[in-house]
Design a protein. Structure first.
Length: 356
């Protein structure tokens, strides 16, 4: 049993990134027609694309619900980059619910959030998240958090289920060896003397910090599990502020090079329901809100930015367009947590799909 596992048979409801928005998840599951135990009258199955945690008001509640559904046999789930961060004890923006060192800075941005402070609860969360695969597949469909990249999928197939944290750390060690050869840490320290401010300070735009850029690209190019959970990346022309941090690498629309026949559903990329796709990297600028995308029109991002709701609420910003979505398969329709539905467009499947 590897980190790439089979999708369950039958019709599916593939749920996008949740980011601690428990009420939205409960509303969506109800609108989809599931009961509290995850049973559906038409024998449908829930599939979660990862990023259950961080930023939102109740990450422990989301994990508990997803775990209960998965362990009851009524749902399948994969891990996203936010689960990997938690497993590696790498506190990032919005993770104050789990990591003490993030509480103060996260409270200023995300107001109130339920914290996981019980030792047994924390151990149970980590054990469950580490048990998840990173990809799911069957003949007619693939599900991955960020990127279905064949060379890295092939490597993940050789890694046993339950090894996500250990394998990620192993590849990070290899990246660290390369980083040492390139003196990346020393160069980053030198850059901090030039720019001593926090990269989470959105009011201060830094100069382009090449060593910080090289540090991210080094890991992205070496670690296959980072590719699957974070996507393909490249150096950006200038710094940009996204996810409450100044960044020097940008995500790549890998689907424009995806030439395989089997459709892929992903999360991760903060899509918008607004006609003008306002994602920070412009990945969907020329894609309508409910359209399939990619070289062959057979990739679909089901993350509709519900993860931005918590901060929007904190600062009284509009957030009605930030939604939790599920893509119904094989119907290819969208259901949102407010109960609205939309038909997706532009889907193409011209060739016979085959698992590679």
């Amino acid at each position: 049993m590897s980190l790439i596992q089979p999708l369950p048979p039958g019709p599916l409801d593939i749920v996008g990134d949740i980011h601690g928005e428990l009420s939205a998840l409960q509303d969506l599951v109800r609108h989809l027609g599931y009961d509290e135990d995850g049973r559906h009258p038409q024998s449908r199955t829930l599939v979660f694309v990862g990023d259950f945690v961080d930023r939102g008001p109740d990450s422990p509640g989301v994990v508990s619900l997803v775990q209960r559904l998965v362990e009851s046999g009524h749902a399948s789930a994969i891990a996203g980059n936010h689960e990997i961060n938690l497993l590696r004890h790498d506190p990032k923006d919005g993770a104050g619910w789990f990591f003490e060192e993030r509480v103060a800075s996260d409270t200023a941005k995300y107001s109130q959030f339920v914290r996981a402070t019980n030792t047994l609860q924390r151990a149970r969360i980590e054990a469950f998240l580490n048990s998840l695969p990173l990809g799911l597949e069957r003949e007619d469909l693939r599900v991955i958090h960020a990127a279905w990249h064949a060379p890295d999928i092939a490597k993940a197939r050789t890694m046993p289920l339950g090894s996500a944290r250990a394998e990620y750390d192993r590849w990070e060690q290899q990246a660290a060896q390369v980083a040492a050869q390139l003196r990346i840490a020393d160069r980053m320290a030198e850059e901090k003397t030039i720019w001593p401010h926090s990269l989470e300070d959105g009011e201060r735009c830094p100069p382009f910090l090449q060593a910080h850029c090289d540090n991210e690209l080094n890991k992205a190019l070496i670690n296959p599990l980072k590719v699957l959970t974070c996507g393909l990346e490249r150096q950006t022309p200038e710094p940009f502020f996204a996810g409450n941090k100044w960044r020097f690498v940008e995500r790549v629309a890998w689907w424009n090079s995806y030439s395989e026949a089997t459709p892929v559903v992903v999360g991760h990329y903060w899509r918008s329901t607004l006609p003008a796709q306002t994602t920070h990297e412009g990945l969907f600028r020329s894609v309508s809100p409910y359209a399939w995308h990619g070289q062959h029109g057979n990739v679909f991002c089901v993350d509709y930015s519900v993860g931005a709701r918590a901060q929007a609420r904190t600062f009284s910003r509009p957030h009605a367009h930030m939604k939790l979505a599920a893509l119904r398969w094989p119907e290819r329709t969208l259901v949102f947590d407010d109960g609205s539905t939309h038909t997706t467009t532009g889907f193409q499947q011209e060739r016979t799909p085959a698992v590679a």
